[in-house]
Design a protein around this ligand. Structure first.
Ligand code: PMP
Length: 423
C-alpha cells in the first residue's frame, strides 16, 4: 500500500481500531510501554497485524523495518522458520497437560549448562513472574524482607516492584522495596550497612536503560559494591536479564558486569516470540526454592519450550551475537554520520545491539517524536524513547535502507536553531 508522508500514521483500519480500543481498553498506564501511546499517539502505528523477519505490517497493510522487536522477543526474526517448525511439531502432539512435558527437563538442563554456576531453573511464561519468584526465593533463603532495586529500573508488573509508587493504598505494597541511585557505590554500601540484616537481595538490570534517558553502564566501583554487600551482609544478587538477555553477551549479561549472581531471571528473547521465561538459581538457594509454592496453568506449555531450544541452537550455530553487533555498529556509524550531515546533535547510547537515540536540547522528546514520525512515514520503526533492538533478521541492506530513511527523517526534523522554541 502506498503511504504519503503527510498521511496520518494510522490509516482507516488503524484509526477505527483506536476508536474501538479507546472504548474497551483502560488506557493510561495500562499497556503503556506496549502501546504507541508511549511514543505519542500518531508517531508510530498503533496496531501490528503481521510480522516477518525484521518487518512488521500495520492494520492498514503498511510495512516497516522494525527495531522495536516486540520489546525484546524478536531476536532471530519474526516467524523464524526453524523456531516455528519446532513449536508447531510439538503443538501437534502436546500443548499443556497436568504433568511435566519431557521438554521441561531438557530446556532447563540446557539453560543450567549454559549459565554456570546456576543449578536449577523454574520455567514460566513472562519475565514478571520469574523476577517476582526470585524475590520470594531470596526472602525465603535469607528470612529477610527488604529488597534493593535501582531508581527507575523496571522489573515487571508485580505491584510491589512498581517503578514509581502509585498513589493511595497501593503505595503501601512497595514499602519493602528500597530504590537506590544507579552507579552510586557509596549509597549502596551505606544503605546496606544500615539495614543489611533486613535486606534479602539486590535486583539489578545489567544496564540502566530507562525510557527517554541515555543508557548508563555499571561502573567497576558499583559492581564492587554489589559484591561487597553480598560478602559482608549476605545480601543475594539477582540479575534481571529479562530484557537484555542474549543481546549483551551470549553467556549472560552478568559476564559483562563481572558479577556472579545468585539468581538470573530471563524471558523475552528466549522464546523468540513464544511465551517462556525462566528463573535460574545457584545450588545454595535450592532448599529455599523447594519451600515455595509456585504454579500456573500454562507454565508447562510445551511448544514454547521447543521454540526456546531451537532459538538457543540457532543463536549459537549462526553466531547471532556477532551479527547483532556488526549490524548495530553499522547502524550506529551510519546514523552518527547523517546526524552530523543534517546538523543534529544527538546522543546515541547503549551497546550497538540495543541503542537509544536521543536528540540534544530535547528534554520533552518532541524532536525525537517528530523524527520517529518522519522515519515511520518512510518505513522504519525507531522509537523516540525506548531503546531499539537489532535482530538476526536485519541484513546489511536493511541497515543501509534504514540509514537512508534516517537521513531523510533527520532532514525533515528541524534542528534546534535560534528561532526554535526549545533551542
Ligand atoms: N524485567 C525487565 C528488565 C523487563 O524489561 C521486563 C519487561 N519489559 C520485565 C522484567 C517483565 O517481563 P514481562 O513483561 O515478560 O512480564
Amino acid at each position: 500500500m502506498r503511504f504519503r508522508i503527510d498521511d496520518p500514521i494510522d490509516g482507516a483500519q488503524g484509526t477505527e481500531l483506536w476508536d474501538r480500543a479507546d472504548r474497551v481498553l483502560p488506557g493510561g498506564g495500562i499497556y503503556l510501554s506496549r502501546s504507541a501511546d508511549l511514543a505519542g499517539r500518531g508517531v508510530i502505528p498503533g496496531f501490528v497485524a503481521s510480522a516477518d523477519g525484521c518487518r512488521v505490517t500495520d492494520a492498514d497493510g503498511r510495512t516497516y523495518i522494525d527495531y522495536l522487536a516486540a520489546n525484546g522477543p524478536n531476536l532471530l526474526g519474526y516467524q523464524h522458520p526453524e523456531v516455528e517448525a519446532a513449536a508447531a511439531a510439538q503443538r501437534r502432539v502436546l500443548t499443556t497437560a497436568s504433568m511435566f512435558p519431557p521438554s521441561l527437563v531438557e530446556v532447563v538442563e540446557r539453560l543450567v549448562d549454559r549459565f554456570p554456576p546456576m543449578a536449577w531453573g523454574v520455567v514460566s511464561k513472562n519475565g514478571s513472574e520469574v523476577v517476582s519468584l526470585g524475590v520470594r526465593v531470596a526472602r525465603q533463603h535469607t528470612q529477610r524482607n527488604r529488597v534493593v532495586a535501582f531508581t527507575g529500573a523496571y522489573h515487571g508488573n508485580d505491584a510491589e516492584l512498581a517503578t514509581a509508587p502509585p498513589p493511595g493504598p497501593l503505595a503501601e505494597v512497595t514499602d519493602r522495596l528500597d530504590r537506590l541511585p544507579w552507579n552510586d557505590p557509596q549509597a549502596l554500601v551505606d544503605h546496606v550497612d544500615r539495614a543489611g540484616d533486613a535486606i534479602a537481595a539486590v535486583i539489578l538490570n545489567p544496564l540502566d536503560q530507562s525510557p527517554g534517558v541515555a543508557t548508563v553502564s555499571a561502573t567497576a566501583d558499583f559492581v564492587a559494591a554489589i559484591d561487597d554487600v553480598r560478602d559482608r551482609h549476605g545480601v543475594l544478587t539477582m540479575i534481571d536479564d529479562v530484557r537484555h538477555g542474549f543481546r549483551l553477551h551470549p553467556d549472560g549479561s552478568h559476564r559483562l558486569l563481572g558479577i556472579e549472581p545468585d539468581m538470573i531471571a530471563m524471558g523475552k528473547a528466549l522464546g523468540n516470540g513464544h511465551s517462556i521465561s525462566v528463573l535460574l538459581g545457584a545450588e545454595h538457594l535450592r532448599p529455599a526454592a523447594r519451600r515455595i509454592f509456585f504454579t500456573s496453568t500454562y507454565m508447562f506449555e510445551a511448544p514454547p519450550m521447543h521454540a526456546a531450544m531451537a532459538t538457543l541452537e540457532i543463536y549459537d550455530r549462526d553466531d547471532v551475537f556477532a551479527h547483532l553487533t556488526a549490524m548495530g555498529t553499522r547502524l550506529r556509524d551510519g546514523i552518527m554520520t547523517v546526524a552530523e550531515q543534517t546538523g543534529h546533535s544527538i546522543s546515541y547510547s547503549g551497546p550497538p545491539t540495543m541503542p537509544t537515540l536521543l536528540f540534544a536540547d530535547d528534554a520533552d522528546c518532541e524532536r525525537g517524536r517528530r523524527f520517529s514520525r518522519e522515519a515511520a512515514g518512510r518505513g522504519a520503526l525507531l522509537h523516540p524513547l525506548l531503546n531499539w533492538n537489532l535482530s538476526a533478521a536485519h541484513t546489511q541492506d536493511d541497515i543501509d535502507a534504514t540509514i537512508e530513511i534516517v537521513a531523510d527523517a533527520m532532514a525533515a526534523t528541524p534542528p534546534p536553531g535560534p528561532d526554535s522554541v526549545d533551542g
